[in-house]
Design a protein around this ligand. Structure first.
Ligand SMILES: CC(=O)N[C@H]1[C@@H](OP(=O)(O)OP(=O)(O)OC[C@H]2O[C@@H](n3ccc(=O)[nH]c3=O)[C@H](O)[C@@H]2O)O[C@H](CO)[C@@H](O)[C@@H]1O
Ligand SMILES: C=C(OP(=O)(O)O)C(=O)O
Length: 478
C-alpha cells in the first residue's frame, strides 16, 4: 500500500491539462455492451476504476484494449456471458451500469450489488424500479441482482428519490430504454454532464434520446445500436479539485481542457470566497478551454450546499471543506445528495480544523492555518481533500490508504508536482514515516518531547507564573 508525504507551504503555479471524466468513462464503457461492432473511446483516464471496469467487461465476453494512441477499444466477442461477479463489482459503483445494457442486449443479467465509495447509503432501488417498469423480471438473491427480459418495452418512469435523481441509475435505464420496443419517458432524470455524455454517445450510435441535460427524457427505442468513436468529456471534479488546490496555496494555476459550464457552481462559490477565476472565452462557456485560478487578496468564509447538477457536486464537498477549514470565520457545508458524506471531517480535525457535525451539515470555524499530521483517507474525494489540506498546512502531512485516490484521479501527484507541490508517494512502511511524525514505537504520532513543547511553547497567552508552572511540569514529566 502507498501513502503520500506532503510538505505544505508551496504556492502552486503553472499549467496542467485535465483528464477525461471517470464518471463518464465508466458508464460509457458499460454502454459499449449494448452496441454492435467496435466502440472506440478517447480520453479515457488511466485509473484503477477503469481497469476494474475493463475486467468486469472482459468477464462479460468483451475484448477491451488500449491502443497506441491511448484510446480504449471495446468489442463483444462472446454474448453468452451474463454474470458480473461480486469480486469485481464490489470494488466500485459504476460496475452496476452493465445491468441495463446486458438486459437490453442479452435478455439476462446477474450482477452483484455494487460497491463504491463509503459515503453513506447507496441503494439501487431506482435502477431496479426503472428496469422493472421496462418489463424486466428482477429478483435480488444472495447479493446479486438477477434479471431477465424477453424484449424490454417502453414505459413512463419516474426516477426521483429522497435525495434527487440517480446518475448511474439514469444511465442504466436510458441505455436499456434505447433498445426497448416503443417510447419511454423518464421523469426526474439526472442532469449531470456525465449522463448527457452517455446519452450523446448512445445517440451517435443510433439511439433516439431527447431532452438530455433536462429532468425529462423521451426515448424512442431502436432495434440496434452501431458502435461509434467518442471523446469523453473533461473531468469536472478534477477541475474543481485543482482549482481549490490553487486557492488553498494562494497560487496561480491554469488548467487546460476545461468545460467551464460544467463547473459554474464551483466557480461562483470560489468567487464568493474571494478567488479570481478567469475563463479564456467567457462568452463561450460550453467550449473546452483554459481556466486561470489565482488568489490576490484575503479569502472569506462562505456557506455551501452540495446538490444535484447544476449545483455544487457532492464529489467536491470534501475539497471545499478543506478550503473553508483554513479560512477564518464560520462556514456551513451541507450535503443534500449524500447527507452522511463527512468521513473527512475527523481527519481534517487532526490537522487542526474545527468542525462540528449537525445532521447533513458540518459547521466549520476556520483556523488561520492547518498543521501537518498523519491522516487516513477513507474514500476518493476525502483523500483529495486531505491532500489539499496537506498542501496548505504548516509542516508535513502523511496521507495513508491513498489507494482510494488512485481509483479516481489520473496522476494527481504528478500534476501537483508539476505545479510546484512537494508531494512524495512512498510505500506505507514505518521507515518511510517522516521524522516529524515518527514515534519510537513506529507509530505515526508526534514524539512526547514535541507534545511537551506544544504544551509549554510560545503559542499560549499566558502570564509568567503560568509559564513557569508549565516549564516545571515539563521537566517533571521528562
Ligand atoms: C460512478 C459515478 O458516476 N458515481 C457518481 C454517481 O454515483 P451514483 O450514481 O451511485 O449516485 P446517485 O446519483 O445514484 O445517488 C444520488 C442519491 O440518490 C440516492 N439513490 C440512488 C440510487 C437509487 O437507486 N436510490 C437512491 O436512493 C443515493 O443514495 C444518493 O443519495 O453520482 C453521485 C452523485 O452525483 C456521485 O457522488 C458519484 O461520484
Ligand atoms: C463517489 C465517487 O465514486 P463512486 O460512485 O465510484 O464510488 C466519486 O467519484 O466521488
Amino acid at each position: 500500500m502507498d501513502m503520500f508525504i506532503v510538505r505544505g507551504g508551496e504556492r502552486l503555479s503553472g499549467c496542467v491539462s485535465v483528464s477525461g471524466a471517470k464518471n463518464s468513462a465508466l458508464p460509457l464503457m458499460a454502454a459499449a455492451l449494448a452496441c454492435e461492432g467496435e466502440t472506440i473511446l478517447h480520453s479515457i483516464p488511466n485509473l484503477v476504476d477503469v481497469s476494474t471496469q475493463a475486467q468486469v467487461l472482459s468477464s462479460l465476453g468483451m475484448q477491451v484494449d488500449r491502443d497506441d494512441s491511448g484510446a480504449l477499444r471495446l468489442k463483444t466477442i462472446d454474448e453468452t456471458a451474463c454474470i458480473a461477479d461480486y469480486e469485481l463489482v464490489r470494488r466500485m459503483r459504476a460496475s452496476v451500469c452493465v445491468l441495463g445494457p446486458l438486459l437490453a442486449k442479452r435478455g439476462m443479467a446477474c450482477v452483484s450489488l455494487p460497491g463504491g465509495c463509503n459515503i453513506g447509503d447507496r441503494p439501487i432501488d431506482l435502477h431496479l424500479k426503472g428496469l422493472s417498469a421496462l418489463g424486466a423480471q428482477i429478483r435480488v438473491e444472495r447479493g446479486y441482482v438477477i434479471a431477465r427480459a424477453e424484449r424490454l418495452r417502453g414505459a413512463n418512469i419516474f426516477l426521483g428519490g429522497a435525495f434527487g435523481s440517480t446518475a448511474t441509475g439514469t444511465c442504466n435505464v436510458m441505455t436499456a430504454a434505447a433498445l426497448a420496443e416503443g417510447v419511454t419517458t423518464i421523469e426526474s432524470a439526472a442532469c449531470e454532464p456525465e449522463v448527457v455524455d452517455v446519452g450523446n454517445f448512445l445517440n451517435a450510435a443510433g439511439a433516439k434520446i431527447e431532452g438530455l441535460g433536462t429532468p425529462f427524457l423521451r426515448i424512442e427505442g431502436v432495434e440496434a445500436l452501431q458502435a461509434v468513436e467518442h471523446e469523453v468529456i473533461p473531468d469536472r471534479i478534477e477541475v474543481a479539485t485543482l482549482m481549490i488546490a490553487a486557492a488553498m496555496t494562494r497560487g496561480e494555476v491554469r488548467l487546460d481542457g476545461v468545460r467551464p459550464d460544467h463547473v459554474t457552481a464551483v466557480i461562483e462559490k470560489l468567487r464568493d470566497v474571494g478567488v479570481t477565476v478567469v475563463l479564456e472565452s467567457p462568452d463561450q462557456p460550453g467550449r473546452v478551454q483554459s481556466v486561470l485560478t489565482k488568489v490576490a487578496g484575503k479569502l472569506k468564509s462562505v456557506d455551501c450546499i452540495a446538490l444535484p447538477y447544476p449545483g455544487i457536486p457532492t464529489d467536491v464537498q470534501a475539497q471545499l471543506m478543506s478550503l473553508l477549514s483554513g479560512i477564518s470565520g464560520i462556514s456551513i457545508v451541507t450535503d443534500k445528495v449524500f447527507p452522511d458524506r463527512f468521513m473527512h471531517a475527523s481527519e481534517l480535525a487532526r490537522m487542526g480544523a474545527k468542525i462540528r457535525r449537525e445532521s447533513a451539515s458540518a459547521i466549520l470555524n476556520g483556523v488561520s492555518r492547518l498543521s501537518g499530521a498523519c491522516v487516513m483517507a477513507s474514500d476518493l474525494r476525502a483523500s483529495a481533500a486531505l491532500v489539499l489540506a496537506g498542501l496548505a498546512a504548516e509542516g508535513e502531512t502523511v496521507i495513508r490508504r491513498i489507494y482510494h485516490l488512485d481509483r479516481g484521479y489520473e496522476r494527481l501527484e504528478e500534476k501537483l508536482i508539476a505545479l510546484g507541490a512537494n508531494v512524495q508517494r512512498v510505500r506505507d512502511e514505518p521507515k518511510n514515516m517522516p521524522e516529524s511524525l515518527k514515534l519510537t514505537d513506529n507509530e505515526s504520532r508526534p514524539s512526547h518531547s514535541e507534545l511537551l513543547d506544544a504544551l509549554t511553547g510560545p503559542h499560549w497567552n499566558q502570564n509568567q507564573s503560568d509559564q513557569r508552572a508549565h516549564q516545571s511540569k515539563k521537566s517533571n514529566m521528562r
